[in-house]
Design a protein around this ligand. Structure first.
Ligand SMILES: Cc1ncc(COP(=O)(O)O)c(C=O)c1O
Length: 421
């Protein structure tokens, strides 16, 4: 592996010394005032790249599947694991909860820690109270991690799923959702960013519709936190499932479910254990438990990996030191450069949105006259790691850009497409 530990240590030290004031280690709430603007120079972003042990033997454009962690996150996890196994104290995973809450502007008490987005989605899908024939509005472009839990609930509980094909504008998506709402609609369950095409759905507008009609809004947010500056309060969702192992660049197998405070007693807790309760007794008749803890901790329980949680905190610190707005601008600017460059080649059919509100840091497209798998092989031969998109029979391609990517990587990809026969 070409990763040089010294290289990223030097890179990170230089980055910190050159661009990050000591105050950037302060709490996120204080940062808006204290954070000095981060330079936009290529040099700065090369130093950010050097903070990652990512190989330079390929260009990694698949953050939408998995986000590589910066070296300091890996170090934190390893040091913590050493501590756990040296002293036999398994610590707690509580480091992650406040870090995630800060990142999305939620209360710590609204965060439940899970192991992946799918687990968080399952908690929400089964937690929401539904009766036979109640209706759920959902897209035809769900990731399997959202499709399967809903299909399973439909199979076991007889609820009805009503689907819509996502459109490329916010206005059209609102229209398509509105046309599906009936007297029986209880839930709208949609992604924040669609995994197939990178289309951003107008969550805030949908939440206003939901509030007015007393409909639950459950959002699959696997793709936003860490690349978009998510303010969960302003989105107005009831539940938001996400992971830390994609855009947040945290250890793999870390994720969360946000549950709006007012929803806590409406979202049924089906899986409970240590830390879910406020007291229980099996020695009396009848055995009882007093109640659930007054936080989203009621949905997570038992022994967890404290070291991964420390890694989550470290990853959030890393992103905050750069600045969440800066991260959003950079990831989106790289994707826009890619989108425009690909369109200029005249060789692609764009599936992502062109309007600003509906596009982000993932681009979906097809290459005209070329099979998607064949194109993926060409990309792999040219040392680009991208993702094929067989979902929803799209047979298309997806490219993701994160802060470790560079403009010249984007330009080389465009050049490769331009040169296609
Ligand atoms: C939109 C979306 N939802 C859910 C998932 C499942 O995520 P996880 O593997 O963390 O369960 C993914 C994974 O790519 C996704 O893209």
């Amino acid at each position: 592996m070409s990763f040089s530990r010294r290289q990223w240590l030097q890179g990170m030290a230089a980055l910190t010394a050159a661009a990050l004031p000591a105050s950037s280690f302060a709490r996120w709430a204080e940062k808006a005032e204290k954070h000095t603007p981060v330079p936009d120079s290529d040099d700065y972003w090369k130093k950010v790249r050097a903070a990652f042990p990512l190989t330079d033997q390929l260009t990694y454009f698949n953050n939408g599947t998995m986000g590589p962690s910066p070296g300091r996150v890996l170090d934190k996890v390893k040091a913590s694991m050493d501590k756990v196994d040296t002293f036999g104290e398994y610590l707690t995973n509580e480091a992650a909860r406040p870090a995630i809450a800060r990142l999305i502007n939620a209360k710590v008490s609204e965060i439940s820690l899970t192991h992946n987005t799918t687990e968080a989605i399952n908690l929400a899908v089964w937690g929401v109270p539904l009766k036979r024939n109640d209706e759920v509005i959902i897209t035809t472009h769900e990731h399997v991690g959202s499709a399967m839990p809903w299909l399973n609930r439909a199979k076991l509980d007889g609820i009805r799923l009503k689907t819509f094909e996502p459109a490329r504008t916010a206005a059209e998506n609102i229209d398509r959702i509105s046309r599906l709402i009936s007297r029986r609609t209880r839930v709208i369950a949609i992604p924040h960013i669609i995994c197939t095409t990178g289309l951003v759905l107008p969550i805030k507008a949908v939440s206003e519709i939901c509030r007015a009609k007393n409909i639950f809004l459950l959002v699959d947010g696997a793709h936003a936190p860490g690349a978009k500056n998510v303010d969960i309060n302003s989105l107005g969702v009831d539940c938001y499932s996400s992971c830390c192992h994609k855009w947040m660049l945290a250890p793999k197998g870390t994720a969360f479910l946000y549950v709006r405070e007012a929803m806590l007693d409406r979202l049924q807790a089906y899986h409970v254990g240590a830390y879910s309760d406020t007291g229980w007794d099996m020695t009396v008749q009848p055995p009882y438990f007093k109640g659930y803890v007054p936080t989203a901790h009621r949905y997570d329980y038992g022994t967890q990996n404290a070291s991964l949680a420390e890694g989550v905190k470290e990853a959030v610190d890393f992103l905050e030191e750069i600045g969440l707005d800066k991260v959003e601008q950079r990831t989106h600017a790289l994707a826009l450069r890619l989108q425009n460059g690909l369109l200029e080649t005249g060789k692609i059919e764009l599936l992502s949105a062109e309007e600003e509100a509906s596009r982000c840091m993932m681009i979906g497209f097809r290459v005209k006259g070329m099979d998607f798998k064949a194109f993926n092989e060409v990309a792999a031969r040219n040392k680009f790691r991208i993702r094929i998109v067989p979902e929803a029979n799209l047979n298309s391609l997806r490219v993701s850009t994160h802060i470790y990517n560079q403009e010249d990587e984007v330009d080389r990809f465009i050049e490769m497409v331009r040169k296609l026969a």
